[in-house]
Design a binder for this molecule. Structure first.
Ligand SMILES: Nc1nc2c(ncn2[C@@H]2O[C@H](COP(=O)(O)OP(=O)(O)OP(=O)(O)O)[C@@H](O)[C@H]2O)c(=O)[nH]1
Ligand SMILES: [K+]
Ligand SMILES: [Mg+2]
Length: 419
């Protein structure tokens, strides 16, 4: 090897033997790289297959034995009200205390673990709506495998519209992860949206694999292997996002439940203000203290936001709206179009309906004439006009509406008239 020093650079020249040696080294390292890549790929395929196997076995394990219902005794509670919230948490985090505070229904609370042994329902009256809240026994690690009464508890959680994961603010942060794992193990997905993968089984034609974006986690071969694991040989798969193997398995299994969850850190009275601040900044978290009645109103407001309930007040022709009892619709369940509203009142109403008059945030001007597909928003006022009935007030937006609801008038002033 010899060096020649040019103006700013040093040129290194090799003799024949040296060049041969470095070439060999290069080949060796390239070969090693190729082998490593291969092993990594194989690992990826193997891991994907294993994941599919585990998911399949888990599903089999969770199937209730023939002739029995899923939830088990003592846990089926009749649905009541406009939405259902389940309290999930480790023992003695204050679930029963919270239920007693918010609903007025007494649920035994004590300093020893497993005070609550069944499901205890209560009703929260909030924003003219009734929300059913369920106090449940505490669950422990391994609940998804049937430890304690974990299975039944999780089955109830699955039947609800919102999960409140109650955590002890003074205990380890790891509890949140453990509980999330337990719920995920039985097919619950918290605060996630379904993966953007189109999947359809077919009778013939083999597997067609397509994607609308570059995929970094799954390739065609891995997809085939996973489908093979499920004995699916004819199907259409279209990835609309860079999804993972777990996402693909979720879509194939098809029985996942995507739920909203609020993490409630109770007992903030026993920790320092800095820790409270930290916890409050976590995503989807609310910090409370049942003993000191701290922040409970914020928790209620947060629950309300997450449940996506829409209150619609009816207005009989020529009268003031009925603000005492709204029709409560849900954006997540059932939808909140005029058609959903009509179906909520009476099945035959849709056939008799000519149009509805709408006052409120969903209307562009007051009152707006709307058809069945119009989406209603919270606190809208609706007057039903049936086919034979004569409408009230006239249609022009320039006419004054002396019978328009008083409650809306402030809002009307703020919102400029648009068509
Ligand atoms: N310091 C403090 N203690 C609380 C608070 N809320 C509840 N506790 C106490 O925590 C203990 C357990 O409360 P419970 O309501 O029985 O808890 P739980 O989660 O229902 O417990 P299990 O039914 O056994 O699963 C009781 O001794 C309560 O007094 C709080 O905000 N601060
Ligand atoms: K307890
Ligand atoms: Mg309890």
């Amino acid at each position: 090897m010899s060096y020649t020093i040019l103006e700013n650079t040093i040129r290194v020249t090799y003799n024949k033997e040296e060049r041969w040696g470095s070439l060999k080294r290069l080949r060796k390292s390239k070969l090693r790289w190729l082998v490593l890549r291969r092993i990594k790929l194989q690992e990826k395929y193997h891991l994907g297959q294993l994941k599919a196997k585990i998911a399949k076995l888990r599903t089999q394990l969770l199937e209730p034995p023939k002739g029995s219902s899923g939830a088990g005794d003592g846990f089926e509670v009749t649905k009541f009200g406009h939405g259902r919230v389940a309290l999930i948490g480790f023992p003695s985090v204050g679930k029963s205390t919270l239920l007693t505070m918010l609903t007025g229904t007494h649920s035994e609370s004590a300093s020893y673990e497993f005070t609550t042994l069944t499901c205890i329902p209560g009703i929260i009256h909030y924003n003219d709506a009734k929300i059913q809240m369920l106090d449940l026994p505490g669950i422990i690690e391994g609940a998804s495998e049937g430890k304690g009464r974990g299975r039944q508890v999780i089955a109830v959680a699955k039947s609800s519209d919102l999960v409140l994961m109650v955590l002890d603010a003074s205990k380890s942060e790891g509890h949140r992860q453990i509980l999330t794992r337990e719920l995920e193990a039985v097919g619950l997905r918290l605060n996630k949206r379904p993966p953007q993968i189109y999947f359809k089984k077919k009778k013939t034609g083999g597997i067609s694999f397509n994607s609308t974006c570059t995929l970094t986690h799954v390739d065609e071969k891995l997809c085939y292997q996973i489908l093979h694991e499920y004995k699916i040989h004819n199907a259409e798969v279209l990835f609309r996002e860079d999804a993972t193997v777990d996402d693909l398995i979720d879509v194939i299994e098809g029985n996942r439940k995507y739920m909203k969850c609020v993490y409630v850190y109770n007992k903030i009275d026993v920790i320092g203000i800095d820790d409270v601040d930290n916890l409050a900044r976590q995503p989807n978290s609310v910090v409370i203290s049942c003993n000191l009645k701290l922040n409970l109103d914020r928790l209620l407001a947060r629950m309300w936001e997450e449940m996506g309930l829409v209150r619609v007040y009816t207005k009989p022709q020529g009268q003031q709206p009925d603000f005492s009892e709204p029709v409560v619709l849900s954006t997540d369940r059932g939808g909140c179009t005029v058609e959903d509203f009509c179906n909520h009142i009476h099945r035959s109403l849709v056939k008799e309906l000519k149009y509805v008059l709408v006052w409120g945030t969903s209307a562009r001007h007051y009152p707006q004439h709307c058809g069945l597909q119009h989406h209603l928003q919270d606190e809208d006022v609706v007057q039903i006009v049936k086919k034979k009935e004569k409408e009230e007030g006239g249609r022009g937006r320039f006419k004054s509406h002396s019978n328009a609801p008083a409650r809306i008038s402030d809002r009307e002033k703020k919102a400029p008239l648009k068509t």
